[in-house]
Design a protein around this ligand. Structure first.
Ligand SMILES: [Zn+2]
Ligand SMILES: [Zn+2]
Length: 232
Protein backbone atom coordinates (compact mmCIF):
# COMPACT_ATOMS: atom_id res chain seq x y z
CA UNK A 1 0.00 0.00 0.00
CA UNK A 2 1.42 3.37 -0.99
CA UNK A 3 2.04 6.07 1.59
CA UNK A 4 -0.63 8.70 2.11
CA UNK A 5 -0.16 11.82 0.04
CA UNK A 6 -0.99 15.32 1.25
CA UNK A 7 -3.55 15.54 -1.53
CA UNK A 8 -5.53 12.66 -0.01
CA UNK A 9 -6.79 15.04 2.65
CA UNK A 10 -7.31 18.24 0.72
CA UNK A 11 -10.70 19.76 1.34
CA UNK A 12 -12.80 20.24 -1.78
CA UNK A 13 -14.47 23.64 -2.28
CA UNK A 14 -16.94 24.88 -4.87
CA UNK A 15 -18.47 22.64 -7.49
CA UNK A 16 -16.66 19.56 -8.68
CA UNK A 17 -16.93 18.73 -12.35
CA UNK A 18 -16.68 15.16 -13.53
CA UNK A 19 -17.84 14.78 -17.11
CA UNK A 20 -17.69 11.42 -18.79
CA UNK A 21 -17.95 10.69 -22.49
CA UNK A 22 -18.18 7.26 -24.00
CA UNK A 23 -17.70 6.13 -27.58
CA UNK A 24 -17.50 2.75 -29.22
CA UNK A 25 -14.21 1.88 -30.85
CA UNK A 26 -13.55 -0.55 -33.61
CA UNK A 27 -12.94 -3.95 -32.09
CA UNK A 28 -9.46 -5.45 -31.94
CA UNK A 29 -10.71 -8.78 -33.17
CA UNK A 30 -13.69 -10.08 -35.03
CA UNK A 31 -14.63 -12.60 -32.36
CA UNK A 32 -17.33 -11.80 -29.87
CA UNK A 33 -16.04 -12.11 -26.33
CA UNK A 34 -18.08 -11.98 -23.19
CA UNK A 35 -16.21 -9.09 -21.59
CA UNK A 36 -16.11 -5.47 -22.70
CA UNK A 37 -12.80 -3.62 -22.86
CA UNK A 38 -12.55 -0.03 -21.76
CA UNK A 39 -9.85 2.40 -22.68
CA UNK A 40 -10.24 5.19 -20.16
CA UNK A 41 -8.52 8.53 -20.58
CA UNK A 42 -8.45 10.91 -17.66
CA UNK A 43 -7.76 14.59 -17.56
CA UNK A 44 -7.77 16.17 -14.13
CA UNK A 45 -7.41 19.83 -13.27
CA UNK A 46 -6.95 20.35 -9.55
CA UNK A 47 -6.93 24.01 -8.56
CA UNK A 48 -5.31 24.66 -5.20
CA UNK A 49 -6.32 27.76 -3.30
CA UNK A 50 -5.68 28.95 0.27
CA UNK A 51 -8.43 28.99 2.92
CA UNK A 52 -8.70 32.76 2.46
CA UNK A 53 -9.19 32.42 -1.25
CA UNK A 54 -11.72 29.61 -0.88
CA UNK A 55 -14.53 32.05 -0.06
CA UNK A 56 -13.98 34.08 -3.20
CA UNK A 57 -12.99 31.54 -5.82
CA UNK A 58 -14.17 33.57 -8.78
CA UNK A 59 -12.42 36.82 -7.88
CA UNK A 60 -10.02 37.94 -10.58
CA UNK A 61 -7.05 38.05 -8.25
CA UNK A 62 -7.44 34.43 -7.18
CA UNK A 63 -5.05 32.47 -9.35
CA UNK A 64 -5.04 28.87 -8.20
CA UNK A 65 -1.85 26.84 -8.19
CA UNK A 66 -3.08 24.29 -10.64
CA UNK A 67 -2.08 20.71 -11.11
CA UNK A 68 -2.97 19.30 -14.47
CA UNK A 69 -2.52 15.62 -15.07
CA UNK A 70 -3.57 13.13 -17.67
CA UNK A 71 -3.37 9.40 -17.67
CA UNK A 72 -5.05 6.44 -19.26
CA UNK A 73 -5.85 2.92 -18.17
CA UNK A 74 -7.24 -0.15 -19.84
CA UNK A 75 -9.78 -2.27 -18.04
CA UNK A 76 -12.22 -5.01 -18.84
CA UNK A 77 -15.48 -5.68 -17.12
CA UNK A 78 -14.89 -9.33 -16.30
CA UNK A 79 -13.92 -8.35 -12.76
CA UNK A 80 -15.77 -5.34 -11.40
CA UNK A 81 -13.97 -5.22 -8.04
CA UNK A 82 -10.61 -4.91 -9.79
CA UNK A 83 -12.08 -2.11 -11.94
CA UNK A 84 -13.13 -0.41 -8.76
CA UNK A 85 -9.64 -0.64 -7.27
CA UNK A 86 -7.88 0.43 -10.46
CA UNK A 87 -10.12 3.49 -10.76
CA UNK A 88 -9.56 4.54 -7.14
CA UNK A 89 -5.83 4.24 -7.58
CA UNK A 90 -5.92 6.24 -10.81
CA UNK A 91 -7.86 9.04 -9.12
CA UNK A 92 -5.36 9.00 -6.27
CA UNK A 93 -2.47 9.41 -8.70
CA UNK A 94 -4.32 12.31 -10.31
CA UNK A 95 -4.38 13.86 -6.82
CA UNK A 96 -8.14 13.79 -6.51
CA UNK A 97 -8.81 14.07 -2.75
CA UNK A 98 -10.07 11.02 -0.91
CA UNK A 99 -13.46 12.53 -0.13
CA UNK A 100 -14.38 12.68 -3.83
CA UNK A 101 -12.98 9.38 -5.00
CA UNK A 102 -15.68 6.86 -4.22
CA UNK A 103 -18.50 8.91 -5.73
CA UNK A 104 -16.39 9.48 -8.84
CA UNK A 105 -15.54 5.79 -9.16
CA UNK A 106 -19.24 5.02 -8.88
CA UNK A 107 -20.08 7.55 -11.58
CA UNK A 108 -17.46 6.20 -13.98
CA UNK A 109 -18.52 2.59 -13.40
CA UNK A 110 -22.17 3.46 -13.86
CA UNK A 111 -21.43 5.08 -17.24
CA UNK A 112 -19.17 2.20 -18.23
CA UNK A 113 -21.74 -0.50 -17.48
CA UNK A 114 -24.57 1.53 -18.98
CA UNK A 115 -22.61 1.88 -22.21
CA UNK A 116 -21.54 -1.77 -22.20
CA UNK A 117 -25.25 -2.74 -22.30
CA UNK A 118 -25.79 -0.87 -25.54
CA UNK A 119 -25.43 -2.62 -28.86
CA UNK A 120 -22.14 -1.81 -30.53
CA UNK A 121 -22.25 -0.48 -34.10
CA UNK A 122 -19.37 -2.88 -34.83
CA UNK A 123 -19.29 -6.63 -34.94
CA UNK A 124 -16.78 -8.46 -32.79
CA UNK A 125 -15.46 -7.84 -29.30
CA UNK A 126 -16.78 -4.71 -27.64
CA UNK A 127 -14.34 -1.88 -26.98
CA UNK A 128 -15.28 1.41 -25.48
CA UNK A 129 -13.30 4.56 -25.17
CA UNK A 130 -14.13 6.76 -22.19
CA UNK A 131 -12.97 10.27 -21.50
CA UNK A 132 -13.20 11.47 -17.93
CA UNK A 133 -12.73 15.19 -17.38
CA UNK A 134 -12.30 16.27 -13.79
CA UNK A 135 -12.04 19.85 -12.61
CA UNK A 136 -12.13 20.93 -8.99
CA UNK A 137 -10.92 23.41 -6.40
CA UNK A 138 -9.25 22.28 -3.19
CA UNK A 139 -7.88 24.06 -0.16
CA UNK A 140 -4.13 23.67 0.20
CA UNK A 141 -2.55 26.18 2.55
CA UNK A 142 0.88 24.74 2.07
CA UNK A 143 1.93 27.45 -0.36
CA UNK A 144 5.64 26.70 -0.30
CA UNK A 145 5.30 23.05 -1.03
CA UNK A 146 5.09 23.19 -4.77
CA UNK A 147 6.59 19.82 -5.43
CA UNK A 148 4.89 17.22 -7.46
CA UNK A 149 3.47 14.73 -5.01
CA UNK A 150 4.83 11.81 -6.98
CA UNK A 151 2.83 9.95 -9.55
CA UNK A 152 4.22 11.62 -12.64
CA UNK A 153 2.15 13.80 -14.91
CA UNK A 154 2.57 17.47 -15.52
CA UNK A 155 2.55 20.26 -13.02
CA UNK A 156 2.53 23.91 -13.86
CA UNK A 157 0.61 27.08 -14.34
CA UNK A 158 -2.02 25.60 -16.57
CA UNK A 159 -4.50 28.41 -16.40
CA UNK A 160 -7.56 28.20 -18.51
CA UNK A 161 -11.17 28.73 -17.51
CA UNK A 162 -12.92 25.47 -16.71
CA UNK A 163 -13.23 23.53 -19.92
CA UNK A 164 -13.46 26.76 -21.88
CA UNK A 165 -16.86 26.60 -23.61
CA UNK A 166 -17.22 27.26 -27.32
CA UNK A 167 -18.46 30.73 -28.24
CA UNK A 168 -22.16 31.18 -28.90
CA UNK A 169 -21.48 32.29 -32.44
CA UNK A 170 -19.32 29.29 -33.28
CA UNK A 171 -22.08 27.00 -31.99
CA UNK A 172 -24.69 28.78 -34.09
CA UNK A 173 -22.50 28.46 -37.16
CA UNK A 174 -22.20 24.66 -36.93
CA UNK A 175 -23.11 22.91 -40.12
CA UNK A 176 -26.16 20.65 -40.30
CA UNK A 177 -26.14 17.69 -42.56
CA UNK A 178 -28.17 14.60 -43.23
CA UNK A 179 -26.54 11.34 -42.27
CA UNK A 180 -25.34 9.21 -45.21
CA UNK A 181 -23.41 6.47 -43.49
CA UNK A 182 -25.18 3.60 -41.71
CA UNK A 183 -24.26 2.94 -38.06
CA UNK A 184 -23.35 6.56 -37.34
CA UNK A 185 -23.34 6.95 -33.59
CA UNK A 186 -23.55 10.17 -31.60
CA UNK A 187 -20.82 9.58 -29.07
CA UNK A 188 -22.35 11.94 -26.50
CA UNK A 189 -25.55 9.92 -26.02
CA UNK A 190 -24.36 6.72 -27.69
CA UNK A 191 -27.50 6.49 -29.80
CA UNK A 192 -27.44 5.83 -33.50
CA UNK A 193 -28.31 8.67 -35.86
CA UNK A 194 -30.08 6.94 -38.66
CA UNK A 195 -29.42 7.45 -42.35
CA UNK A 196 -31.40 10.41 -43.66
CA UNK A 197 -31.75 12.03 -40.23
CA UNK A 198 -30.21 15.37 -39.45
CA UNK A 199 -26.92 15.61 -37.59
CA UNK A 200 -24.71 18.47 -36.56
CA UNK A 201 -21.25 18.41 -38.07
CA UNK A 202 -18.23 19.72 -36.22
CA UNK A 203 -15.47 21.40 -38.27
CA UNK A 204 -13.45 18.19 -37.70
CA UNK A 205 -16.28 16.30 -39.51
CA UNK A 206 -17.54 14.39 -36.47
CA UNK A 207 -21.31 14.06 -36.32
CA UNK A 208 -23.59 14.45 -33.30
CA UNK A 209 -27.20 15.10 -32.45
CA UNK A 210 -27.69 18.84 -32.30
CA UNK A 211 -28.97 18.88 -28.72
CA UNK A 212 -26.16 16.60 -27.54
CA UNK A 213 -23.26 18.52 -29.04
CA UNK A 214 -24.66 21.95 -28.21
CA UNK A 215 -24.97 21.01 -24.55
CA UNK A 216 -21.42 19.61 -24.62
CA UNK A 217 -19.91 22.65 -26.36
CA UNK A 218 -21.51 24.96 -23.85
CA UNK A 219 -19.38 23.21 -21.25
CA UNK A 220 -16.30 22.36 -23.26
CA UNK A 221 -15.34 23.76 -26.64
CA UNK A 222 -13.56 20.65 -27.87
CA UNK A 223 -14.83 17.77 -29.98
CA UNK A 224 -15.56 14.86 -27.63
CA UNK A 225 -13.93 12.43 -30.03
CA UNK A 226 -10.82 14.12 -31.38
CA UNK A 227 -10.35 17.18 -29.11
CA UNK A 228 -10.56 19.59 -32.00
CA UNK A 229 -11.05 23.02 -30.41
CA UNK A 230 -13.88 25.13 -31.79
CA UNK A 231 -12.69 28.39 -33.36
CA UNK A 232 -13.71 31.57 -31.57
ZN1 LIG B 1 -26.74 12.31 -29.21
ZN1 LIG C 1 -13.89 15.61 -33.88
Amino acid sequence: MAMAMASDYWEVVGDTFCDILVAFMEPENEFLCSSTKFLMEFEAVIRRVTSDEADRLLDYDVIPRTIWKTTSIELDDSNSSSMDRALSETLRQLQVPLEERSSMVEKVLFKAFEAAQKPSPYTGGKRLRMRVNIDMYVIDDDVDEDANDGGGGIIGDYYEPRFMPASKLSIEKLERTSVQVPSTVCSVCMEEIRVGFEATKMPCSHLYHECCIVEWLQKSGVCPLCKFRMPN
